[in-house]
Ligand binder design. Structure first.
Ligand SMILES: Cc1cc2nc3c(=O)[nH]c(=O)nc-3n(C[C@H](O)[C@H](O)[C@H](O)COP(=O)(O)OP(=O)(O)OC[C@H]3O[C@@H](n4cnc5c(N)ncnc54)[C@H](O)[C@@H]3O)c2cc1C
Ligand SMILES: NC(=O)c1ccc[n+]([C@@H]2O[C@H](COP(=O)([O-])OP(=O)(O)OC[C@H]3O[C@@H](n4cnc5c(N)ncnc54)[C@H](OP(=O)(O)O)[C@@H]3O)[C@@H](O)[C@H]2O)c1
Length: 550
């Protein structure tokens, strides 16, 4: 067959790349869509397309968010699966359905809360559709589908061209956003890593580190309740394994850096993105092409989709050699990670502490490493500089009145912000009472900050400490079980105006703790279950029940 390609934009593939003319056209179209040739990630909308943003909205310069829908968001529950959230949002304006596609944690990792992120996308001030970390590929795919309703080019998840990825990794903080350095993920400052100390004792199944940073000269400041964002680096061993699997030279030049450098700090080597499978679908054939195509649209043809990180994806399509630059462009940029701050600036404004659980888990013969947590645990030496910023807590902080009692519920690493709260209340001599619920697997080896907490108790800063050990006995005991045990006292604190805080696991713990609080309210506040649900909902609305969950 004669193949006569239509006029094309400038080639994005190196002349030496081993593709047929037909493949070249496909790939150039693919990457043009991916990055857009003018370097912007998403094709701008025409006025007509903008008008189509909100079904029913009149065309014109109207703010798409001013669509009259500022009501309740019943899907705003991190435990609901995406399909259910989308059902709840059916018939709502596009920006509200986009919000339903977010993971509903308001975790701040994308730099927004869920509603502001969706509003920013619909206002077109945010082009990146793949920022929702807890939502992962599922959210990115749904956003892409919804974005297509704009009538624009079907949006890809936003990509930085390889050169931009490289520039970002190599030259931090070169852009000048309207916030000072260290206050947003887009403009990090430089902090110095000081130390790590293992919080578990021998025999523990967990590996959790107390990590400290020096902020001197960084310009970073914070208040308790804030989170610390850091830009990690991948394991160089993993980057080398990727290079070997690609059969590419480690020093292959990409935007003034080497392939190896970009693989270490420019791109995510975690779950293989749809774009990588799309790339393979163009450069492989037969059943492998079908598999790659299916994977790129979220299907699971061989039952292994959940295990395919970038290296595993290359290995799955072994024998197919993508151009290294095209390969890098098909990956997601390496995102920063957030950690609840575990220290108080009232003790020392230049010191910042975190409580970090190291993520390691086996898949087949390989141990997968959490990028940031093992960066802290294994790969960073005291004195090293890291790109970092503070993510201001929007609705998580000590009461303004220092005499108000606080109840803090934080199993595992959930203790982090409560260590900060206690340090703050000690440093400021706040008269309010403090009650901490902490839990973990074993009392003997997982009791974080045990000595410190004992001292705070002796100093009457920590009024009450209630502990739940899930694996000390045959039956699991969780923080919410201990809350029920002491429900009468807990209700008495609530009745006296205590604020309640929950930190840690979003998927199960936070929901279970809320259910326990409702039960306690019903039992000891003498209310029906419905009244108790309303009471707890009102606590939330009035800022007396705050969560920092992830
Ligand atoms: C506001 C906020 C505060 C946070 N505070 C803290 C904190 O104080 N301390 C803390 O430790 N973390 C905290 N986190 C979580 C933290 O940001 C990171 O998500 C966490 O450290 C993992 O990041 P990572 O880069 O090490 O792992 P990643 O490289 O991101 O890998 C994590 C992913 O690996 C997969 N995974 C993990 N374990 C398994 C398993 N057993 N089997 C299969 N897959 C698995 C999951 O998909 C998981 O999402 C917080 C998050 C937010 C949003
Ligand atoms: N992806 C995963 O597979 C995975 C697994 C664990 C943790 N995480 C996440 O990793 C982060 C760090 O975890 P972490 O070190 O802080 O500890 P964690 O794993 O959250 O565990 C802390 C304590 O909470 C208990 N727990 C488990 N389910 C609970 C529930 N529904 N209600 C109350 N307590 C519960 C645990 O008990 P048991 O361990 O005995 O059940 C343990 O005693 C969290 O974000 C967590 O969500 C992810």
């Amino acid at each position: 067959m004669n193949f006569a390609p239509p006029p094309q934009p400038p080639s994005l593939l190196p002349e030496s790349a081993p593709f047929t003319p037909e493949q070249r056209v496909w790939l150039n179209g693919f990457f043009a869509g991916l990055i857009s040739v003018d370097g912007s990630a998403v094709t701008p909308l025409s006025p007509a397309e903008s008008a189509a943003l909100m079904p029913g909205a009149a065309p014109g310069p109207k703010d798409p968010a001013a669509d009259g829908d500022d009501g309740e968001a019943p899907w705003h529950d991190q435990t609901l699966p995406l399909a259910e959230r989308m059902n709840l949002a059916e018939g709502r304006p596009l920006r509200r359905r986009m919000m339903a596609a977010m993971a509903q944690q308001d975790c701040g990792q994308c730099g927004y809360n869920c509603q502001d992120y969706s509003d920013a996308i619909s206002r077109k001030t945010e082009e990146r559709l793949n920022l929702c970390v807890p939502g992962g590929k599922e959210t990115a795919r749904m956003l892409k589908t919804l974005y297509a309703e704009f009538g624009a080019q079907p949006a890809t998840v936003a990509k930085a061209p390889a050169a931009a990825v490289v520039a970002e990794a190599a030259a931090p903080a070169v852009t000048v956003p309207p916030v000072p350095a260290g206050r947003s993920r887009d403009n990090p400052a430089i902090a110095t890593f000081l130390s790590r100390t293992l919080l578990n004792k021998p025999g523990s199944a967990k590996e959790t580190w107390h990590v400290e940073f020096d902020l001197k000269g960084s310009g970073i400041d914070y208040v308790v309740g804030d989170s610390f964002g850091i830009y990690p680096a991948n394991d160089p061993g993993l980057a080398d394994a990727v290079i070997a699997a690609l059969s590419a030279p480690a020093d292959f030049p990409i935007g003034g850096r080497t392939l190896r450098e970009v693989l270490i700090d420019g791109v995510s080597l975690g779950p293989a993105p749809d774009m990588l499978f799309q790339l393979y679908s163009y450069i492989t054939g037969g059943t492998r092409r079908q598999a790659a195509k299916a994977l790129s649209s979220g299907e699971n043809p061989d039952g292994d989709a959940d295990t395919l990180d970038v290296l595993a994806a290359i290995e799955k399509f072994r024998g197919t050699r993508p151009d290294p630059e095209a390969f890098i462009e098909a990956l997601d940029p390496l995102q920063p990670r957030l950690y609840s701050i575990a220290s108080s600036p009232k003790v020392d404004p230049d010191r910042l502490a975190l409580t970090v659980d190291a993520v390691r888990y086996p898949v087949g013969k390989r141990t997968r490493l959490g990028v940031a947590s093992t960066f802290f645990a294994d790969r960073i030496a005291p004195g090293a500089k890291v790109r970092a910023y503070v993510q201001r807590a929007q609705h998580f902080g000590l009461p303004a009145d220092p005499s108000v009692p606080v109840i803090m519920i934080g199993p595992g690493t959930g203790i982090a912000p409560f260590r900060a709260f206690l340090h703050e209340r000690m440093a400021t001599k706040a008269p309010g009472r403090n009650w901490l619920f902490f839990g973990h697997q074993h009392s003997g080896c997982d009791f974080f900050y045990e000595n410190e907490l004992a001292k705070m108790k002796a100093a009457h800063v920590l009024t009450r400490l209630t502990l739940a050990w899930s694996r000390d006995a045959a039956e699991k005991v969780y923080v919410q079980d201990r809350m029920r045990d002491v429900g009468r006292d807990l209700w008495a604190w609530l009745a006296e105006g205590a604020h309640v805080y929950v930190c840690g696991d979003a998927k199960r713990m936070a929901k279970d703790v809320e259910a326990a609080l409702i039960e306690i309210t019903a039992a000891f506040g003498v209310r029906s279950t419905n009244e108790a649900i309303t009471f707890v909902a009102d606590l939330k609305k009035s800022g007396r029940y705050q969560q920092d969950v992830y």
